[in-house]
Design a binder for this molecule. Structure first.
Ligand SMILES: [Zn+2]
Ligand SMILES: [Zn+2]
Length: 529
């Protein structure tokens, strides 16, 4: 039976360009979305630009611009970039759109009415010199966990999120003054009330999570969930749908993680589908969240709490697909230090399919991995071009061959093809995309060995039937590769399907191709760098 599957790709923050490390973390979502679609499931792959929050307001203030100009600029850049990498989102929206804002307000209102949001008068960090309340990331402090100097939203080094008390020991990031306190009215989400439910749910589903997600979530649950402020003193963001909070906005984390749900609602309102089929219990559905390791608890804890608090039988997040980091020449990507290139810059130089292949086959799944241009060029030339590109070339561009001949498919090869679907499919479902990639490339290697052993250049002169069988068998392999590699190198696979007159990709074994297809127009899939 077909499943209803949500794949949530983390919402990139629309304040700076994304680099290759971001793509390495996000591309797992595209692999899953493509795979489950090929298997015939109803998939909605959703994401969008995260437009609100303090970094954008800070920057807008510094540059004398409107925050919307900044977020629109990056939102457009993200769209261009994701298109360039062939991300197959069903919807990439943004938090700064009216539909999203209205739905978020409805959800927050429901949480309030259900008693999960309460008011607290509290002392908040205030800078007397700058004359305003400071957000977490406008505070510099020494991390109480690891001692490194960090911004107040999250420690870059150990990922600790400072408490309100800890923040009071910091300094204003703008003027360096010691922080003072002022009374302020704040709404809190009673996260602590969800401790037991989230604990039980996590134990039920976390066996397929990566170790970083298990550990990070367990750490928070062990400490005990702490209620979190949901309103900020900002003028950029979603209005608080509760009386007396007209001068404040919702905190960005509550707004952005609800985007998966609001995207689904929007898509379904504009089609025949029902969003409840994807997000309610008992509907044969599954929810994946794909992001980097700095985003885990927002998806494993906070999003689930927001769903539970609506008391409307929501299906919680099943699977956290959290990547480690991709480094650049063994250093952290850093715009300010000029380390690394943006994802768009890489597209200007390199082929998008090769980049996808490299980022997936070398993905930071269980530990940090590295991008280096030398290694990338080696993978492009030695694996993608010499193995895959060459198989296509030497088969479909065989000297003097004008059309695909009639022939018999080699029985052993057919078995290899079947087992490649099974093994690589299993690996994808276990979130082992690197290994899945290797498994598919193994079929290419098998095909090349088969080709060499048959010596079709001799067969053509001495044994034309044998020659036809060899070319036919290799063409069937290529047809199957256009399915298998669709999740990794979609641009090339589309070309192959056009060449071989195959309508759609699927995760089904192809055991025949149409003989007689003219081979005049076939071009090499890749060029040597
Ligand atoms: Zn720290
Ligand atoms: Zn200040």
């Amino acid at each position: 039976m077909n499943k209803n599957i949500i794949i949530g790709g983390a919402w990139p923050y629309a304040n700076s360009s994304l680099h290759l490390g971001h793509i390495a973390g996000l591309i797992s979502g595209d692999v899953l979305a493509r795979y489950y679609r090929l298997k015939g499931n109803n998939v909605l792959y959703v994401s969008g630009s995260d437009c609100h929050g303090t970094p954008i307001t800070e920057r807008a203030r510094k540059e004398g611009r409107n925050p919307r100009d900044i977020s629109n600029h990056y939102d457009e850049e993200f769209r261009k970039m994701f298109d360039g990498y062939n991300f197959s989102y069903d919807l990439f929206s943004k938090t700064d759109n009216d539909y999203h804002k209205k739905k978020v307000q409805e959800i927050v209102r429901k949480l309030y009415d259900n008693g999960y949001i309460y008011e607290k008068i509290e002392k908040e960090p205030y800078c007397d010199k700058c004359n305003r309340f400071l957000s977490d990331r406008e505070i510099l402090l020494e991390c109480p966990e690891c001692g490194v100097e960090t911004k107040g939203d999250q420690c870059d080094s150990c990922l600790h999120v400072p408490t309100t008390d800890e923040l009071m020991h910091g300094n204003c990031i703008e003027c360096g003054s010691k922080i003072s306190e002022r009374e302020n009215k704040v709404l809190y989400l009673a996260l602590s009330k969800f401790q037991k439910q989230i604990e039980e749910h996590t134990l039920k589903v976390n066996n397929e999570w990566r170790i970083n997600a298990k550990n990070e979530t367990a750490k928070y649950l062990k400490q005990g969930l702490v209620d979190r402020a949901i309103t900020r003193n900002l003028d950029w963001g979603v209005d608080v749908p509760i009386e007396g909070y007209e001068d404040k906005k919702l905190y960005v984390w509550i707004d952005a993680v609800l985007g998966y749900l609001t995207d689904t609602m929007y898509l379904c309102e504009n089609s025949e589908k029902s969003w409840e089929e994807f997000w309610k219990e008992g509907k044969n559905n599954k929810i994946y969240m794909c992001h980097g390791k700095d985003n885990i608890v927002f998806h494993s804890i906070i999003l689930n709490a927001l769903l539970l608090g609506q008391e409307e039988n929501y299906h919680l997040v099943d699977t956290i697909v959290s990547a480690e980091y991709l480094n650049y020449n063994d250093q952290k990507f850093s715009k300010s230090k000029g380390v690394g290139m943006t994802a768009l810059e890489a597209l200007d130089i390199y082929d998008s399919d090769s980049l996808r292949y490299y980022l997936i086959s070398n993905g930071p799944e269980k530990k940090d991995t590295n991008f280096s241009s030398d290694e990338f060029v080696a993978v492009h030339n030695n694996e993608i071009l010499n193995k895959f590109g060459n198989l296509v070339n030497r088969t479909l561009k065989f000297k003097g061959l004008e059309e695909i001949p009639e022939g018999n498919l080699d029985k052993e090869i057919l078995e290899e093809i079947k087992s490649t679907y099974e093994k690589s499919g299993e690996l994808i479902e276990k979130l082992e995309f690197r290994e899945a990639c290797r498994e598919i490339m193994k079929l290419v290697e098998t095909a090349n060995r088969y080709y060499d052993s048959k010596e079709p250049w001799k067969q053509k002169k001495e044994n034309i039937e044998g020659f036809n069988d060899t070319i036919y068998t290799c063409t069937v392999i290529i047809a199957n590769l256009s399915n298998l590699f669709e999740i990794i190198m979609p641009k090339s696979c589309l070309k192959l399907r056009k060449y071989l007159d195959i309508k759609n990709a699927s995760w089904n074994v192809i055991d025949k191709v149409k003989p007689g297809i003219n081979l005049d127009d076939i071009e090499p899939l890749f060029n040597r760098i």
